[in-house]
Design a protein around this ligand. Structure first.
Ligand SMILES: Nc1ncnc2c1ncn2[C@@H]1O[C@H](COP(=O)(O)OP(=O)(O)OP(=O)(O)O)[C@@H](O)[C@H]1O
Ligand SMILES: [Mg+2]
Length: 227
């Protein structure tokens, strides 16, 4: 599902954001990415989303090499993803339902499927009672849930959440992590960056990926330790 070999990302100003990353993530795994601010977490997600390209090395996501010049294939790859951005990127002045529906633009759903996906996703995140509310009037945690609903309504094979626990208290952060990992199944991989390292011990994950100044260390978590 995700293969990286000697992957590097250097930005135009010379910043080396990621160095020699070698990683292999299988379909259906839950991956936590931790690391200090500025360590390269968002940069790694941008590569996965095809919003940046490797400056050296190799990256393949959902069978698609992430390289320049393959725009239509990268767009297709993105259609199978549900991104949840650090700043949510909700459309202000629109309702919860409109935001979730708009997330499915350009996908291959008909309007009945779009309606059903929207209703299901909003129910899964526990916001059915706010379906017709403007997102402007929602709390931070509720906005986070709308962003999650918008992502999962796309029925993605890869859910990517950037710092979904930021600005939430401990209980809410734990709830959000549990909610996100609940979307894992054989065909759906979930990748989450978080500063909340103390919380992920309580959540069932498969891979812990730690980034420090662009260097990644990673390992599969042993499930035995949870029992
Ligand atoms: N477009 C860009 N151009 C140049 N440098 C960038 C760009 N985007 C990020 N960087 C730099 O790359 C490094 C990694 O940034 P990144 O946003 O990936 O970190 P992060 O781990 O997500 O941090 P945070 O926890 O604060 O969100 C930082 O030094 C940052 O300043
Ligand atoms: Mg970031």
């Amino acid at each position: 599902m995700i293969d990286a070999k000697d992957l590097c990302l250097r930005y135009a100003d010379g910043t080396l954001a990621l160095k020699d990353i070698n990683i292999n993530i299988k379909s259906g795994e839950v991956v936590f990415i931790t690391g200090p601010s500025g360590s390269g977490k968002t940069s790694f997600l941008k590569l996965l989303l095809g919003m940046e390209y490797p400056t050296s090395g190799y990256l393949r996501v959902l069978g698609q090499p992430v390289i320049k010049g393959e725009d239509s294939k990268i767009r297709r790859m993105r259609m199978a993803m549900g991104p949840i951005f650090q700043d949510f990127r909700l459309l202000q002045g629109r309702t919860v339902m409109e935001n979730v529906l708009l997330g499915m633009r350009f996908l291959d759903f008909n309007k009945y499927q779009m309606k059903a996906n929207t209703k299901d996703a909003i129910e899964r995140v526990g916001l059915s009672h706010k379906i017709s509310s403007s997102v402007d009037n929602l709390s931070w945690g509720e906005r986070q849930r709308v962003a999650i609903a918008r992502a999962v309504a796309r029925k993605p094979k890869l859910i990517i959440a950037d710092e979904p626990t930021g600005n939430l208290d401990k209980d809410n952060a734990l709830n959000i992590l549990e909610l996100l990992t609940s979307f894992k199944d054989n065909d759906t991989t979930v990748i989450i960056t978080t500063h909340a390292t103390h919380l992920i011990d309580n959540i069932d994950g498969d891979i812990l990926l730690q980034i420090d100044k662009g260097n990644i260390q990673w390992g599969r978590l042993s499930h035995e330790e949870y029992y």
